[in-house]
Design a protein around this ligand. Sequence first.
Ligand code: FAD
Length: 297
Amino acid sequence: MHESTLHRLFPSAKFDEPLKRYTAWKIGGPADALLEPRSVDELIEAAEKAREHDVPVTILGGGTNVLVRDGGIRGLTIRLAKSLTNVEVEGTRVTADAGVLYPVLANTTAGRSLAGLEFATGIPGTVGGAVYMNAGAYGSETTEVLDWADVFRDHEVVRMKNEDLDLSYRHSALHENPGWVVLRAGYTLTSGDASELKARIKEFRTQRMNGSPNRPSCGSTFKRPPGDFPGRVIEAAGLKGTRVGRIEVSPVHANYLVNLGGGTAEEAIELIELVRQRVRERLGIELEPEVRVIGEP
Ligand SMILES: Cc1cc2nc3c(=O)[nH]c(=O)nc-3n(C[C@H](O)[C@H](O)[C@H](O)COP(=O)(O)OP(=O)(O)OC[C@H]3O[C@@H](n4cnc5c(N)ncnc54)[C@H](O)[C@@H]3O)c2cc1C
Protein backbone atom coordinates (compact mmCIF):
# COMPACT_ATOMS: atom_id res chain seq x y z
CA MET A 1 0.00 0.00 0.00
CA HIS A 2 1.38 3.38 -0.99
CA GLU A 3 2.11 5.64 1.98
CA SER A 4 0.17 8.57 0.49
CA THR A 5 -2.99 6.38 0.38
CA LEU A 6 -2.70 5.75 4.14
CA HIS A 7 -2.17 9.50 4.73
CA ARG A 8 -5.31 10.24 2.74
CA LEU A 9 -7.45 7.58 4.44
CA PHE A 10 -6.29 8.14 8.02
CA PRO A 11 -5.09 11.77 8.28
CA SER A 12 -4.97 11.74 12.10
CA ALA A 13 -2.72 8.65 12.29
CA LYS A 14 1.03 8.68 12.98
CA PHE A 15 3.07 7.24 10.14
CA ASP A 16 6.08 4.94 10.21
CA GLU A 17 5.75 4.99 14.00
CA PRO A 18 8.17 2.73 15.96
CA LEU A 19 6.00 0.30 17.94
CA LYS A 20 8.69 -0.37 20.53
CA ARG A 21 7.38 2.86 22.11
CA TYR A 22 4.04 1.13 22.71
CA THR A 23 5.00 -2.35 23.90
CA ALA A 24 5.91 -3.49 27.40
CA TRP A 25 8.88 -5.39 25.97
CA LYS A 26 10.14 -2.18 24.27
CA ILE A 27 10.49 -4.20 21.08
CA GLY A 28 8.82 -3.76 17.71
CA GLY A 29 9.38 -2.30 14.25
CA PRO A 30 7.31 0.53 12.74
CA ALA A 31 3.56 0.67 12.11
CA ASP A 32 2.82 2.00 8.61
CA ALA A 33 -0.01 3.97 10.24
CA LEU A 34 -0.86 4.09 13.95
CA LEU A 35 -4.24 5.46 14.96
CA GLU A 36 -5.39 6.20 18.51
CA PRO A 37 -9.12 6.80 18.07
CA ARG A 38 -10.79 9.20 20.51
CA SER A 39 -14.19 7.52 20.28
CA VAL A 40 -15.82 4.23 19.36
CA ASP A 41 -17.32 5.95 16.31
CA GLU A 42 -13.87 7.02 15.09
CA LEU A 43 -12.61 3.46 15.60
CA ILE A 44 -15.49 1.94 13.65
CA GLU A 45 -15.17 4.50 10.87
CA ALA A 46 -11.44 3.75 10.51
CA ALA A 47 -12.02 -0.02 10.55
CA GLU A 48 -14.75 0.26 7.88
CA LYS A 49 -12.58 2.51 5.71
CA ALA A 50 -9.66 0.10 6.04
CA ARG A 51 -11.81 -2.83 4.99
CA GLU A 52 -13.22 -0.92 2.03
CA HIS A 53 -9.69 -0.21 0.75
CA ASP A 54 -8.21 -3.63 1.63
CA VAL A 55 -5.94 -2.17 4.30
CA PRO A 56 -5.04 -4.81 6.91
CA VAL A 57 -5.99 -3.82 10.49
CA THR A 58 -4.16 -4.82 13.69
CA ILE A 59 -5.51 -4.00 17.15
CA LEU A 60 -3.15 -3.10 19.96
CA GLY A 61 -4.33 -2.67 23.54
CA GLY A 62 -1.64 -1.88 26.10
CA GLY A 63 0.97 -3.84 24.12
CA THR A 64 1.73 -5.93 27.22
CA ASN A 65 1.26 -9.38 25.69
CA VAL A 66 2.56 -8.91 22.17
CA LEU A 67 5.88 -9.44 20.51
CA VAL A 68 5.87 -7.11 17.50
CA ARG A 69 8.42 -8.35 14.98
CA ASP A 70 11.26 -6.11 13.79
CA GLY A 71 9.73 -5.46 10.35
CA GLY A 72 6.75 -3.81 12.02
CA ILE A 73 3.08 -3.91 11.02
CA ARG A 74 1.72 -3.21 7.53
CA GLY A 75 -1.47 -1.27 7.02
CA LEU A 76 -3.36 0.26 9.94
CA THR A 77 -2.60 -0.39 13.61
CA ILE A 78 -5.32 0.82 15.98
CA ARG A 79 -4.16 1.38 19.54
CA LEU A 80 -6.82 1.55 22.24
CA ALA A 81 -4.89 2.06 25.50
CA LYS A 82 -5.25 5.58 26.83
CA SER A 83 -8.12 6.35 24.46
CA LEU A 84 -11.57 4.77 25.07
CA THR A 85 -11.20 4.91 28.84
CA ASN A 86 -14.71 5.49 30.18
CA VAL A 87 -15.98 3.48 33.18
CA GLU A 88 -19.63 3.44 34.32
CA VAL A 89 -20.91 1.93 37.54
CA GLU A 90 -24.56 1.13 38.23
CA GLY A 91 -25.15 -0.83 41.41
CA THR A 92 -22.93 -3.91 41.09
CA ARG A 93 -22.72 -3.66 37.31
CA VAL A 94 -19.67 -2.09 35.71
CA THR A 95 -19.17 -1.15 32.06
CA ALA A 96 -15.63 -0.34 30.94
CA ASP A 97 -14.37 0.80 27.54
CA ALA A 98 -11.78 -1.37 25.79
CA GLY A 99 -8.91 1.01 26.52
CA VAL A 100 -9.32 1.13 30.32
CA LEU A 101 -6.21 -0.22 32.01
CA TYR A 102 -6.91 -3.25 34.20
CA PRO A 103 -5.07 -1.90 37.28
CA VAL A 104 -7.13 1.31 36.98
CA LEU A 105 -10.34 -0.73 36.78
CA ALA A 106 -9.28 -2.71 39.87
CA ASN A 107 -8.76 0.52 41.83
CA THR A 108 -11.91 2.20 40.57
CA THR A 109 -14.18 -0.73 41.41
CA ALA A 110 -12.56 -1.33 44.82
CA GLY A 111 -13.03 2.40 45.55
CA ARG A 112 -16.74 1.95 44.79
CA SER A 113 -16.91 -0.97 47.29
CA LEU A 114 -17.23 -3.55 44.52
CA ALA A 115 -15.40 -6.87 44.87
CA GLY A 116 -14.21 -9.25 42.15
CA LEU A 117 -11.64 -7.37 40.08
CA GLU A 118 -8.84 -7.05 42.69
CA PHE A 119 -6.80 -9.62 40.71
CA ALA A 120 -6.72 -7.16 37.79
CA THR A 121 -4.27 -4.96 39.68
CA GLY A 122 -1.35 -7.14 38.56
CA ILE A 123 -2.27 -7.18 34.88
CA PRO A 124 -0.90 -4.12 33.09
CA GLY A 125 -2.99 -4.39 29.86
CA THR A 126 -6.40 -3.07 28.82
CA VAL A 127 -9.97 -4.33 29.19
CA GLY A 128 -9.96 -5.32 25.48
CA GLY A 129 -6.71 -7.25 25.86
CA ALA A 130 -8.03 -8.91 29.03
CA VAL A 131 -11.13 -10.18 27.20
CA TYR A 132 -8.96 -11.34 24.28
CA MET A 133 -6.60 -13.23 26.65
CA ASN A 134 -9.09 -14.07 29.42
CA ALA A 135 -6.41 -12.52 31.59
CA GLY A 136 -6.10 -13.69 35.17
CA ALA A 137 -3.92 -13.70 38.25
CA TYR A 138 -3.84 -14.95 41.86
CA GLY A 139 -6.28 -17.80 41.10
CA SER A 140 -8.95 -15.60 39.45
CA GLU A 141 -9.59 -14.79 35.81
CA THR A 142 -11.65 -12.43 33.68
CA THR A 143 -14.33 -14.99 32.79
CA GLU A 144 -15.42 -15.22 36.46
CA VAL A 145 -16.66 -11.60 36.51
CA LEU A 146 -17.33 -10.80 32.84
CA ASP A 147 -20.97 -10.68 31.68
CA TRP A 148 -20.61 -9.57 28.08
CA ALA A 149 -18.42 -7.74 25.59
CA ASP A 150 -19.50 -5.45 22.77
CA VAL A 151 -17.60 -6.74 19.76
CA PHE A 152 -17.37 -4.99 16.39
CA ARG A 153 -17.61 -7.70 13.73
CA ASP A 154 -18.73 -7.66 10.10
CA HIS A 155 -20.02 -4.06 10.03
CA GLU A 156 -21.99 -4.32 13.28
CA VAL A 157 -21.58 -4.20 17.03
CA VAL A 158 -22.69 -7.44 18.66
CA ARG A 159 -23.17 -7.79 22.41
CA MET A 160 -21.60 -11.20 23.02
CA LYS A 161 -22.42 -12.98 26.28
CA ASN A 162 -19.64 -14.50 28.32
CA GLU A 163 -20.67 -18.04 27.29
CA ASP A 164 -20.43 -17.10 23.58
CA LEU A 165 -16.88 -15.74 23.95
CA ASP A 166 -15.42 -19.25 24.47
CA LEU A 167 -13.23 -18.07 27.35
CA SER A 168 -10.73 -20.59 28.72
CA TYR A 169 -7.16 -20.44 30.05
CA ARG A 170 -5.59 -17.46 28.17
CA HIS A 171 -7.97 -18.01 25.26
CA SER A 172 -11.10 -16.48 23.74
CA ALA A 173 -13.10 -16.81 20.51
CA LEU A 174 -11.25 -13.68 19.31
CA HIS A 175 -8.15 -15.81 18.69
CA GLU A 176 -10.00 -17.56 15.85
CA ASN A 177 -11.63 -14.33 14.59
CA PRO A 178 -8.84 -11.83 13.90
CA GLY A 179 -11.23 -9.19 12.48
CA TRP A 180 -13.21 -8.80 15.73
CA VAL A 181 -12.62 -5.79 17.97
CA VAL A 182 -13.70 -5.54 21.62
CA LEU A 183 -15.20 -2.08 22.19
CA ARG A 184 -16.33 -2.35 25.81
CA ALA A 185 -17.06 -4.98 28.44
CA GLY A 186 -19.67 -5.46 31.15
CA TYR A 187 -18.90 -7.01 34.53
CA THR A 188 -21.07 -8.03 37.48
CA LEU A 189 -19.27 -7.66 40.80
CA THR A 190 -20.38 -8.13 44.41
CA SER A 191 -20.61 -5.66 47.26
CA GLY A 192 -17.54 -5.44 49.45
CA ASP A 193 -15.73 -3.21 51.88
CA ALA A 194 -13.62 -0.58 50.09
CA SER A 195 -10.78 -0.52 52.63
CA GLU A 196 -10.54 -4.34 52.70
CA LEU A 197 -10.52 -4.49 48.91
CA LYS A 198 -7.82 -1.83 48.71
CA ALA A 199 -5.75 -3.70 51.29
CA ARG A 200 -6.06 -6.83 49.15
CA ILE A 201 -4.91 -4.91 46.09
CA LYS A 202 -1.94 -3.55 48.02
CA GLU A 203 -1.00 -7.06 49.13
CA PHE A 204 -1.15 -8.35 45.53
CA ARG A 205 1.04 -5.43 44.39
CA THR A 206 3.66 -6.11 47.06
CA GLN A 207 3.75 -9.80 46.07
CA ARG A 208 4.28 -8.74 42.45
CA MET A 209 7.02 -6.27 43.19
CA ASN A 210 8.95 -8.85 45.18
CA GLY A 211 8.66 -11.66 42.64
CA SER A 212 9.05 -9.92 39.26
CA PRO A 213 12.08 -8.68 37.38
CA ASN A 214 12.38 -4.94 37.03
CA ARG A 215 13.07 -4.96 33.28
CA PRO A 216 10.93 -4.71 30.13
CA SER A 217 9.13 -7.98 29.33
CA CYS A 218 5.73 -9.34 28.32
CA GLY A 219 5.17 -10.86 31.76
CA SER A 220 4.72 -14.63 31.51
CA THR A 221 6.13 -15.77 28.20
CA PHE A 222 4.75 -19.32 28.38
CA LYS A 223 1.43 -20.80 29.50
CA ARG A 224 1.27 -23.21 32.41
CA PRO A 225 1.97 -26.79 31.30
CA PRO A 226 -0.50 -29.31 32.83
CA GLY A 227 0.03 -29.56 36.62
CA ASP A 228 3.16 -27.40 36.64
CA PHE A 229 4.53 -23.85 36.40
CA PRO A 230 6.62 -22.65 33.47
CA GLY A 231 8.98 -20.70 35.76
CA ARG A 232 9.77 -23.84 37.77
CA VAL A 233 10.18 -25.96 34.64
CA ILE A 234 12.52 -23.48 32.89
CA GLU A 235 14.59 -23.13 36.04
CA ALA A 236 14.74 -26.93 36.43
CA ALA A 237 16.05 -27.16 32.86
CA GLY A 238 18.95 -24.94 33.99
CA LEU A 239 18.03 -22.03 31.77
CA LYS A 240 17.96 -19.05 34.16
CA GLY A 241 20.30 -16.37 32.83
CA THR A 242 20.46 -17.85 29.29
CA ARG A 243 20.76 -15.08 26.69
CA VAL A 244 20.27 -14.56 23.00
CA GLY A 245 21.66 -11.14 22.12
CA ARG A 246 20.06 -8.66 24.53
CA ILE A 247 17.17 -10.92 25.64
CA GLU A 248 17.64 -12.96 28.80
CA VAL A 249 15.78 -15.64 30.76
CA SER A 250 15.41 -13.59 33.93
CA PRO A 251 17.43 -14.83 36.90
CA VAL A 252 14.58 -13.45 39.11
CA HIS A 253 11.66 -15.31 37.46
CA ALA A 254 12.44 -17.78 34.66
CA ASN A 255 9.11 -17.34 32.83
CA TYR A 256 10.01 -13.69 32.17
CA LEU A 257 12.27 -13.17 29.16
CA VAL A 258 13.60 -9.67 29.73
CA ASN A 259 14.96 -7.04 27.38
CA LEU A 260 18.34 -5.92 28.71
CA GLY A 261 18.14 -2.87 26.43
CA GLY A 262 18.24 -2.85 22.63
CA GLY A 263 16.90 -6.42 22.29
CA THR A 264 15.14 -7.39 19.06
CA ALA A 265 12.06 -9.49 18.28
CA GLU A 266 14.19 -11.98 16.36
CA GLU A 267 16.38 -12.46 19.46
CA ALA A 268 13.27 -12.95 21.60
CA ILE A 269 11.87 -15.50 19.13
CA GLU A 270 15.20 -17.36 19.07
CA LEU A 271 15.31 -17.47 22.88
CA ILE A 272 11.66 -18.65 23.06
CA GLU A 273 12.50 -21.51 20.67
CA LEU A 274 15.72 -22.33 22.54
CA VAL A 275 13.83 -22.54 25.87
CA ARG A 276 11.11 -24.74 24.34
CA GLN A 277 13.69 -27.07 22.77
CA ARG A 278 15.83 -27.44 25.94
CA VAL A 279 12.75 -28.00 28.17
CA ARG A 280 11.48 -30.64 25.72
CA GLU A 281 14.88 -32.41 25.57
CA ARG A 282 15.67 -32.23 29.28
CA LEU A 283 12.24 -32.69 30.89
CA GLY A 284 9.95 -33.97 28.12
CA ILE A 285 7.58 -31.02 28.69
CA GLU A 286 6.04 -29.02 25.85
CA LEU A 287 5.82 -25.28 26.59
CA GLU A 288 3.29 -23.18 24.66
CA PRO A 289 3.92 -19.44 24.31
CA GLU A 290 1.33 -17.15 25.94
CA VAL A 291 2.68 -14.05 24.15
CA ARG A 292 1.13 -13.21 20.76
CA VAL A 293 3.68 -12.72 17.97
CA ILE A 294 2.52 -10.17 15.37
CA GLY A 295 3.98 -8.22 12.45
CA GLU A 296 6.61 -8.87 9.79
CA PRO A 297 10.08 -10.40 10.31
C1 FAD B 1 4.81 -7.20 33.76
C2 FAD B 1 3.66 -7.97 33.18
C3 FAD B 1 2.89 -8.78 34.00
C4 FAD B 1 1.79 -9.48 33.47
N1 FAD B 1 1.05 -10.26 34.31
C5 FAD B 1 -0.04 -10.91 33.81
C6 FAD B 1 -0.88 -11.71 34.68
O1 FAD B 1 -0.68 -11.80 35.87
N2 FAD B 1 -1.94 -12.35 34.13
C7 FAD B 1 -2.22 -12.27 32.79
O2 FAD B 1 -3.21 -12.86 32.35
N3 FAD B 1 -1.44 -11.55 31.97
C8 FAD B 1 -0.36 -10.87 32.44
N4 FAD B 1 0.42 -10.13 31.59
C9 FAD B 1 0.14 -10.13 30.14
C10 FAD B 1 -0.82 -9.04 29.67
O3 FAD B 1 -0.86 -7.92 30.54
C11 FAD B 1 -2.26 -9.59 29.47
O4 FAD B 1 -2.28 -10.64 28.56
C12 FAD B 1 -3.20 -8.49 29.01
O5 FAD B 1 -4.54 -8.96 29.09
C13 FAD B 1 -2.92 -8.01 27.58
O6 FAD B 1 -3.66 -6.82 27.38
P1 FAD B 1 -3.14 -5.68 26.38
O7 FAD B 1 -4.19 -4.64 26.34
O8 FAD B 1 -1.79 -5.23 26.73
O9 FAD B 1 -3.13 -6.48 25.01
P2 FAD B 1 -2.05 -6.40 23.84
O10 FAD B 1 -0.75 -6.95 24.32
O11 FAD B 1 -2.02 -5.03 23.25
O12 FAD B 1 -2.69 -7.40 22.82
C14 FAD B 1 -2.77 -8.79 23.09
C15 FAD B 1 -3.68 -9.43 22.05
O13 FAD B 1 -5.01 -8.94 22.26
C16 FAD B 1 -5.52 -8.33 21.09
N5 FAD B 1 -6.35 -7.19 21.52
C17 FAD B 1 -6.03 -6.22 22.41
N6 FAD B 1 -7.06 -5.37 22.58
C18 FAD B 1 -8.06 -5.81 21.76
C19 FAD B 1 -9.39 -5.37 21.48
N7 FAD B 1 -9.91 -4.27 22.04
N8 FAD B 1 -10.13 -6.07 20.58
C20 FAD B 1 -9.63 -7.17 19.98
N9 FAD B 1 -8.38 -7.64 20.21
C21 FAD B 1 -7.61 -6.98 21.09
C22 FAD B 1 -4.30 -7.90 20.30
O14 FAD B 1 -4.59 -7.83 18.92
C23 FAD B 1 -3.32 -9.03 20.61
O15 FAD B 1 -3.52 -10.14 19.79
C24 FAD B 1 1.50 -9.40 32.09
C25 FAD B 1 2.29 -8.58 31.27
C26 FAD B 1 3.35 -7.87 31.80
C27 FAD B 1 4.18 -6.99 30.89
